[in-house]
Write a protein that binds this ligand. Structure first.
Ligand code: HEM
Length: 365
């Protein structure tokens, strides 16, 4: 008797598991020249999975109360067995997720795979990117350190520059005139409940779109030809390689590389993401000398500083994000080959330079 075969036979008679696995894994063909950039989505899923796990473990000891939050995080770090490891994995993981989100977005942009018929995949991805940023912003407040308190004060203050609704918005975000107990309550609720639920639903939709439409063929090589699609049709790759085991192995290799990077930073350089002001409890009466946001918000922070008014700075940021969100509806030609899209690629490089330049300027200013 073979228990493995017996179980699969049992499942096969109930839910047709063999046909399902064949359809979704071995019989699902991917383009032959698929490259490593297509593994970023799997890396993101693995990293987010780990965030959920470490986040739930942190919740066992974390107390969302302005009087107790800092002490509870200090206890996790110093007294709970392996608490420091769980917390560092969560903090470093959140930063790496932003790195991988950016890489996933940049590769999709470079290969033009946001174009028709993948507009919904792009838009759902873009919302996921923003949810990732809000995850980080809300999580930043939870340890109730000097950094948490002042970074949140500055970030919520920026909303005040919006005409008419600005003051209302600040009060709405903070739950009062200044950052306090009510702010911690709403950020906590969002971070551990609201955002994860919205996130899971949206990831489900994103993956549904990817699978339903079919993976795009990399726009390189002799055989690639741009296609203009009209009606719906799943993109087939008849001469392709099976998703399993050919591509799952590649996916796993890159996932393990990302996990190795996470573990290396967690053990050898966690301070990269934990500045000194994160080590003192919040004090609303003492403003730290330099309050700087996390690296991925530095571009936004610097934009607000260089414009003559905060409102103009916010408008420029809104325009840039709005442009990115609507890109598949603006850039509608079928051509996806980078060499045949010189204007787009120039703008793409300019955008990267601007992001890096503004971030460095923000860091050193
Ligand atoms: C939690 C965040 C995300 C997860 C888990 C995720 C997951 C995935 C997965 C598994 C794939 C298929 C394989 C691949 O091309 O990597 C994919 C494809 C895609 N993603 Fe994402 N993604 C996320 C965020 C984003 C973001 C931020 C964008 C862009 C704004 C985006 C846009 C796309 C597009 C356009 C495709 C289609 C690629 C193609 O068919 O060639 N995704 N995503």
């Amino acid at each position: 008797m073979n228990p493995y075969k017996e179980t699969v036979d049992w499942l096969d008679r109930r839910i047709g598991i063999r046909a399902l696995l064949h359809q979704q894994l071995t019989g699902y063909l991917l383009p032959r020249n698929i490259n490593i950039w297509y593994t970023m989505g799997a890396v993101l899923m693995a990293m987010f999975g780990l965030q959920f796990l470490t986040g739930i473990l942190l919740l066992v000891y974390y107390v969302p109360d302005t009087e107790k939050a800092f002490a509870s995080v200090t206890m996790i770090m110093n007294e709970v067995p392996y608490g420091w490891l769980i917390r560092y994995l969560h903090v470093v993981g959140s930063n790496l997720i932003i790195v991988f989100l950016l890489l996933h977005m940049l590769s999709v942009l470079y290969m033009g795979s946001y174009k028709r018929p993948r507009e919904l995949t792009w838009v759902s991805g873009f919302i996921l990117f923003n949810l990732g940023l809000v995850f980080c912003l809300t999580g930043y407040l939870l340890p109730w350190s000097q950094l948490s308190f002042w970074a949140t004060t500055v970030a919520t203050d920026a909303a005040g520059a919006i005409p008419i609704v600005g003051d209302f918005l600040i009060e709405f975000l903070r739950g009062g005139p200044s950052v306090g107990e009510a702010t911690l309550g709403r950020f906590f609720a969002l971070h551990v409940m609201g955002l994860p639920m919205a996130f899971l639903a949206l990831v489900g939709f994103h993956l549904f779109c990817v699978r339903r439409i079919g993976i795009s063929a990399p726009p390189f090589g002799e055989e690639y030809q741009p296609k203009l699609t009209y009606g719906f049709g799943h993109e087939e790759h008849p001469n392709g390689v099976p998703f399993h085991p050919h591509y799952t192995v590649k996916d796993l290799a890159v996932v393990f590389f990302a996990l190795a990077l996470l573990v290396a930073i967690t053990f050898y350089a966690p301070w990269l993401f934990i500045p000194l002001d994160a080590l003192t409890p919040a004090d609303p009466f003492t403003t730290p000398e330099h309050i700087k946001p996390e690296w991925y918000f530095l571009w936004a922070y610097q934009t607000l500083k260089i414009f003559p008014s905060e409102f103009l700075g916010l408008a420029a940021q809104g325009a840039a994000m709005g442009f990115l969100a609507m890109l598949p509806f603006i850039d509608r030609g079928p051509e996806r080959r980078p060499v045949k899209r010189p204007i787009f690629i120039s703008l793409y490089l300019l955008g990267i330079l601007l992001f890096v330049g503004l971030s460095m300027w923000g860091h050193y200013s």
